[in-house]
Design a binder for this molecule. Structure first.
Ligand SMILES: *Cc1c(COP(=O)(O)O)cnc(C)c1O
Length: 729
C-alpha cells in the first residue's frame, strides 16, 4: 500500500520533467543514486548552485529547478544518454535475483527479513537523521545488505529538526542552529492506507495516547521506516518527542527510545512485515524486546515462558566501552512510562525494573540500564572490534556471575565502511582499470587488492593531488562563507582564498568532538606544534571539522582552544576549521587528505570507521592503537601508531605520552617520508598509500561485515554449524 503513494509522488515529479528524463524522478526517491557509478554528478549537473543550496536533496532540486533548465537538458543527447543508462542500471539492480545472499543462504532464510533498529542513520547528506559514526555505520550496514541481496528492513526515527547545524562565533565558540525540515521536500514517502490516510501506531506515553506516523526511505532494495510524532492530533509536547536527535532532556530521550523500540515493533506489524529476527543496534532500541514479548503473550504463555522465544529472535550490538556511556534511566523516571505495561507483561514493578539491572540481585538504587536489558533479552551480542569485544566482556561480566570473563557471551564483529559510498570516483576508476572492472563487488578479495601495486606511482599520485586540490578549494569556500556570515573584515574574507597549499603535507581530523577523542592533542604542546606546522622547508597543514554535543561544554572549549591556537601568526594559514561537519564534508576530507589523524583515549573508541574510508582513497592513518586500527595496523607498512598498548589510568600522564609520541612520529617519520620526493612524486609515500589500500580495503568494508553478521548472528545456530563459513566468493 505504501508503494501506491510512492508512485503518486514520483508521478507528480515525472509530470514536471520533460521526456526522456522522467527516470530522474525514480532515481530521486531511492538513495541508491548516492553510491551509483555516477555518484552525485547526475543531479549536480542539473544545477550546481541549487544542488548545494538544497543539501544534495534530489527531490527538492527537481521540484524547484526551472522547467526551462530541464527542457534544455532534455535536448542534450549526452546527458539524456547518461540518465537512461543510469536508470537502466538502477532497474537492473532492483530486479536482479543473482545476489550474494541468493547464492549463499538457504532459501528459507530469504523469506522473512531481519528488522534492524537504530536511533540514527547517516544515509545521505539531506536526510537529517544522524549525528556521527553510529548512524553512518547503520546506513552503511543497510547499503551493503542491499548490495548483497540480504532481506533486511530498517526502523528508526525522523526528527523535525534533525541534529543541530553548527556555526562558530568570533571567539570560536560553537552556536547551535535548529532548522525545521519540511518532510514533504525530502526523498521520503509517508506510508498511507488505502484511503490515503497516514498509517499510524498509537502508544501510551506519559499518560497520553501518542500517535506516530511512518515515513519510508528507499535504500537500494531496502526500506527504512522512520517514526514521527509531529502530528496535529498529538499534544505539542508529544510532537516534540521526535523533535531533535540527542536533543531535549533525559525524559525526551526515554520517550524516544520507547517510541523506537515499542513503536518500531508495532509499525512493522502494521506494515504487515514479519521479521525472522530483530537486530538492535546499540541499547537505544532495547524496549523492542518487551513489545515482542507482549505480542507473543497475546497468543501464548507467561512472560517467563515467552522470554526464551524472544531471546531466540533478538541479537544485539553494543558499541559503548565505558559504563558512563550507556543509556541509563533513573527508576523513578522509567516507572511511570511502564505502569500499564508491566501489568500487561504480568510482572511486578520490581521484576520489571530488574530487567534493566546491571547487577542481578541488587535492587532499589541502580538505574535502568538499556544495555543490560538488551543483553538479557538477546540470543547473541557483539562488540564492534576485537578490542571492544574484550572490553565489553570485562564490563559486562557482572551479568554472568558464573562464567570466567573470557567466556562472557559477547563476541565481536569489526565495523567496516560501504566502499561504494566513500571511494572517490577518480580512485574507483583506477580500481576498475587495475584491479577488476567490477572491483566493488569483489571488495573482500585480498588477491584482487594485491594488484594495487601495479598502479603506476604517478597515476595514483596525480589523482590524489587532484582530490586534494578539490578539498582545498572546497575548504576555502566554506571558510570564506563563514567569515562573511560572521561579518569579518573584507581582508579576512579575501584572505580565505589563500588558505592552505596543495603542495604541503595535509592532515585531516574530523569526527564528533567528545573529550575522549582529544581533538586538541595535536596542540598539547602549543610551541612544538607551531614549530612543526610552520617549518619553512617542510611545513604541515591541517583541516579540522566536527560538532560538540550541545550540552558538552568541555568539548566546545576544545574546539575554541584549537581555533585560538590557529590564530597565531605563524600558523595562520595552516590550520583551518570547517564548520558543520556532515557526510559531504566527510567525503571531501577522506578523499583528499594525506594523513588521517585519530587520537582517542584507549579503549574508548569502540571501532571508528572514518580511517577506513580514508584507506579506500589512498590516505594513510596515524592513530592511537584503539578500535579497528589496533587490528589493521602493520608496523612500517600501512601507517603509524601513536603510543603503544600500555594504558595508564592517569589521563594526564597518558595524554602527555601520546602527544610526545605523535610529535616524534611527525618529526622523524611522517614529514620526512612525505617530503622525500623525486620529480614531485614521493615514491616511498606512494608505496605506503598502496599498502594502506591493499591491507585495509579487503577486510574493513561493510560487505565483509554484513557477511560476518549473517554467519555469526543472523543464521540460526544449526545453520551456522552446517555451513561453517559462508564464503564471499
Ligand atoms: C565516518 C563518519 C563518522 C565516524 O567517524 P569516526 O572517526 O569513526 O568517529 C562521523 N561522522 C561522519 C559525518 C562520518 O562520515
Amino acid at each position: 500500500m505504501q508503494s501506491q503513494t510512492a508512485i503518486a509522488h514520483i508521478q507528480h515529479l515525472q509530470d514536471k520533467i520533460a521526456y526522456p528524463l522522467q527516470g530522474l524522478a525514480k532515481l530521486a526517491f531511492n538513495c541508491w543514486w548516492s553510491w551509483s557509478s555516477e555518484h552525485l554528478s547526475i543531479f549536480r549537473n542539473i544545477d550546481f548552485e541549487k544542488w548545494e543550496q538544497c543539501q544534495h536533496n534530489p527531490v527538492e532540486l527537481l521540484e524547484t529547478v526551472p522547467s526551462e533548465r530541464l527542457a534544455q537538458l532534455a535536448a542534450d543527447p549526452e546527458y539524456c544518454q547518461r540518465v537512461l543508462e543510469l536508470v537502466a542500471q538502477f532497474e537492473q539492480y532492483l530486479v536482479t535475483q543473482d545476489t550474494w545472499a541468493s547464492r549463499n543462504l538457504p532459501p528459507d532464510q530469504l523469506q522473512k527479513p531481519i528488522a534492524y533498529f537504530s536511533i540514527e542513520y547517516g544515509i545521505v547528506r539531506c536526510l537529517p537523521t544522524y549525528s556521527g559514526g553510529l548512524g553512518i555505520l547503520a546506513a552503511d550496514h543497510l547499503k551493503s545488505a542491499s548490495d548483497l541481496g540480504l532481506p533486511i528492513v530498517g526502523i528508526g526515527l525522523l526528527y523535525r529538526q534533525g541534529y543541530f547545524k553548527q556555526q562558530l562565533d568570533f571567539t570560536g565558540w560553537q552556536q547551535e542552529i535548529y532548522p525545521d525540515y519540511r518532510f514533504e521536500e525530502l526523498p521520503i514517502e509517508l506510508c498511507r492506507d488505502a484511503q490515503g490516510e497516514a498509517l499510524t501506531v498509537t502508544l501510551q506515553i506519559r499518560d497520553r495516547q501518542v500517535r506516530a506516523q511512518i515515513w519510508q526511505v528507499q535504500i537500494g532494495r531496502i526500506n527504512l521506516y522512520l517514526l514521527d510524532t509531529h502530528r496535529e492530533d498529538n499534544e505539542q509536547i508529544d510532537r516534540w518527542i521526535t523533535g531533535q536527535l540527542y536533543g531535549g532532556g533525559q525524559d525526551t530521550r526515554l520517550a524516544q527510545e520507547y517510541l523506537l523500540g515499542i513503536g518500531g515493533v508495532r509499525a512493522l506489524q502494521l506494515l504487515g512485515i514479519k521479521p525472522q529476527l530483530y537486530h538492535l543496534n546499540e541499547g537505544h532500541a532495547a524496549f523492542a524486546t518487551l513489545e515482542i514479548a507482549r505480542q507473543l503473550m497475546e497468543s501464548t504463555g507467561t512472560f517467563d515462558e515467552v522470554r526464551p522465544l524472544v531471546r531466540d529472535r533478538c541479537v544485539f550490538t553494543t558499541h559503548t566501552p565505558v559504563p558512563a556511556g550507556h543509556d541509563i534511566f533513573p527508576r523513578d523516571q522509567i516507572a511511570p512510562y511502564f505502569t500499564h505495561y508491566w501489568q500487561q507483561l504480568g510482572l511486578s514493578k520490581e521484576a520489571f525494573l530488574d530487567l534493566g539491572n546491571r547487577h542481578p540481585g541488587k535492587d532499589g538504587w541502580e538505574p535502568f540500564n538499556m544495555t543490560a536489558l538488551a543483553l538479557k533479552m538477546s540470543r547473541s551480542a557483539n562488540g564492534v572490534s576485537q578490542l571492544n569485544g574484550k572490553t565489553c566482556r570485562q564490563m559486562w561480566s557482572c551479568l554472568y556471575s558464573n562464567v570466567p570473563v573470557e567466556e562472557v557471551p559477547i563476541g565481536q564483529i569489526t565495523n567496516g565502511v560501504h566502499h561504494r559510498t566513500w571511494t572517490a570516483p577518480l580512485i574507483a576508476d583506477l580500481y576498475k582499470q587495475y584491479l577488476h572492472p567490477d572491483w566493488a563487488t569483489h571488495v573482500t578479495d585480498a588477491q584482487m587488492w594485491a594488484k594495487v601495486d601495479a598502479i603506476p606511482d604517478d597515476e595514483l599520485w596525480w589523482r590524489h593531488q587532484r582530490l586534494q586540490a578539490a578539498l582545498i578549494a572546497y575548504t576555502r569556500l566554506q571558510i570564506k562563507q563563514a567569515r562573511e556570515r560572521r561579518g569579518e573584515p573584507t581582508e579576512a574574507i579575501a584572505a580565505a582564498e589563500q588558505l592552505l597549499d596543495p603542495n604541503i603535507l595535509t592532515i585531516g581530523f574530523a569526527r564528533r568532538f567528545s573529550s575522549y577523542k582529544r581533538g586538541d592533542l595535536i596542540t598539547y604542546d602549543p610551541e612544538r606544534a607551531r614549530a612543526i606546522f610552520s617549518n619553512p622547508e617542510r611545513p604541515v597543514q591541517m583541516i579540522v571539522a566536527g560538532k560538540a554535543h550541545p550540552a558538552d561544554e568541555e568539548s566546545k572549549r576544545i574546539i575554541q582552544r584549537l581555533i585560538k591556537w590557529s590564530h597565531h601568526s605563524d600558523v595562520r594559514n595552516r590550520l583551518v576549521f570547517v564548520e558543520d561537519y556532515d557526510m559531504h564534508i566527510a567525503q571531501k576530507l577522506v578523499q583528499g587528505v594525506d594523513v588521517w589523524l585519530n587520537t582517542p583515549r584507549r579503549p574508548h573508541e569502540a571501532s571508528g570507521t572514518s580511517g577506513q574510508k580514508v584507506a579506500f582513497n589512498g590516505g594513510i592513518n596515524c592513530s592511537i592503537l584503539d578500535g579497528w586500527w589496533c587490528e589493521a595496523y602493520q608496523e612500517g607498512v600501512n601507517g603509524w601508531a601513536i603510543g603503544d598498548t600500555a594504558d595508564n589510568d592517569d589521563t594526564e600522564i597518558q595524554d602527555r605520552a601520546d602527544a610526545e609520541s605523535l610529535y616524534e612520529l611527525l618529526e622523524t617519520e611522517i614529514i620526512p617520508c612525505y617530503y622525500d620526493q623525486t620529480a614531485g612524486i614521493p615514491h616511498r609515500w606512494v608505496q605506503m598509500m598502496k599498502a594502506s589500500m591493499r591491507t585495509i580495503a579487503p577486510f574493513f568494508n561493510t560487505d565483509r561485515m554484513v557477511a560476518d553478521y549473517v554467519n555469526q548472528m543472523y543464521l540460526p545456530k544449526h545453520e551456522v554449524s552446517k555451513r561453517a563459513k559462508v564464503e564471499m566468493h
